[in-house]
Design a binder for this molecule. Structure first.
Ligand code: ATP
Ligand code: MG
Length: 137
């Protein structure tokens, strides 16, 4: 069993799609280990996305991620990291496969409805950035 970290981003929460995305998550065999709704501060969002600092879209990304509440999730299943990225679809909703979260609920490459960790090291960092050890045990 593997754990990954996911976010239902502010666009999807504001549009009332959080429940639909949670249903997709459970229908794809993930266990929701931990879940919390909150509005991220700029400091928290900038720390989370530190790898993207210096990129042209960084300020736009932080504006977006702090504009309203998100749903933070720890998810578990076999091959969770790859499987969740598959269920989310391509970063750009226009290129995402039919039935994926980003195709169904994303607007554009910036406002793309969801986040997923991309490797075991980033999953460990991202889970620890948002959850205490006992919450994701
Ligand atoms: P995430 O990390 O959110 O799961 P990802 O791994 O598919 O998405 P990254 O390259 O890590 O994509 O980019 C992080 C986020 O930054 C994207 O999900 C998107 O919201 C935003 N982003 C990426 N590229 C662009 C871009 N060219 N223009 C605007 N926003 C972008
Ligand atoms: Mg990424």
């Amino acid at each position: 069993m593997e754990k990954t970290f996911a976010i239902i981003k502010p666009d999807a929460v504001a549009a009332g799609n959080a429940g639909n995305i949670l249903a997709l998550i459970e229908n794809n065999g993930f266990r929701i280990v931990a879940m919390r709704k909150e509005t991220l501060s700029r400091a928290v969002a900038e720390g989370f996305y530190a790898v993207h600092k210096g990129k042209g879209f960084f300020d736009e990304l932080i504006d977006f991620m702090t504009e309203g509440p998100v749903v933070l999730l720890a998810l578990e299943r076999e091959d969770a990291i790859n499987k969740w990225r598959e269920v989310m679809g391509s970063t750009n909703p226009e290129k995402a496969a039919e039935g994926t979260v980003r195709k169904l609920y994303g607007t554009n490459i910036g406002r793309n409805a969801s986040h997923g960790s991309d490797a075991p090291e980033t999953a460990a960092f991202e889970l620890s950035w948002f959850f205490r050890g006992y919450e994701v045990a």
